[in-house]
Design a protein around this ligand. Sequence first.
Ligand code: ADP
Ligand code: MG
Length: 232
Amino acid sequence: MYEAFLKHEKMETVSHFAAAVSHELRNPLQSIKGFVQLMKEYEYSREKQIEFHQTILREIDAAEELIEDYLVYAKPTYGQLEPIIVASEVSHVLKIMVPYANGKDVEMHTDELDESAEILIDRYKFQQALVNIIRNGIEAMPEGGKLVLTVKSSPTKVWIRVTDTGVGMTKEQVRRLGEPYFSSKLKGTGLGMMVTYSIISQMEGQILVDSEKGKGTEFTLEFANLATTKSK
Ligand code: ADP
Ligand code: MG
C-alpha cells in the first residue's frame, strides 16, 4: 500500500534561498572561467582541448539546471494572487512540458479535469511549482513511462494530482523532499522541490506525497476551492 505523507511548511526564507542559488551558480561559472583562461595560456593537445570542452559544457548544463528550477520563482512578481481556473493552468503546463517528455519516452496526458475548480494563486509561481513536480516525474522514468495529471474538487477543496510510473521513493526520501540540496541525481540541484514547497505554502496550499519504491509516485497539491467559496 501507498503511504500518505502530509507536509507542512518546509522551506527556507526567500532571502536565504536567493543567496543559496547565487552561491551555487558561482561554482559552475568560476569553473568555466578557469578553463577558458587555461586554454588561452597554452597550446594544448587536441585531446586536452576536448576534455576542457566537455568540462565546460557540463558546467554550463549544471548552471542551466539551477536556472530551470529557479526560473519563475526569482521573478519580482511575488504575491500577485488571483483567482485561476485550475484546469486551464494545468493544460498550459502540460503543453510546455511535452517536448521534455517526448525526449524521454514519457507519455503524458490528463485524465479527469474538473473545469469548475478555481483557486487563489500566483499564476506563474504555480506554474513553476507544477513544472518542477512534472520534471521530477519525467526524470524518475529513465526507461520511459506514463505521467498523468488530474484536477478534482469537492465543495471545499481542489486537488491537482501528478502521477508517474517511475522509480518511486523510500519513506526516508519522501521525508527529505524539499530539503535544500537533497538530490539522488548525478546532475541534480536538489532545489526544485524546495522551491515547490515554498511556493505552495506561500499560496496556502499543501503537498501530499504517495510513493512506493519501484512502482511510482503521486504528488497531490491541495488548495481551498474558490469557486464554491464565492458562490456561497
Ligand atoms: P533534483 O530534481 O535536482 O534532484 P528536486 O528538489 O527537484 O531536485 O528533487 C529532489 C529529489 O527528490 C530527487 O533527486 C529525487 O530523488 C526525489 N524525487 C522528486 N520527485 C520524484 C519522483 N516523482 N519520483 C522519484 N523521486 C523523486
Ligand atoms: Mg527536480
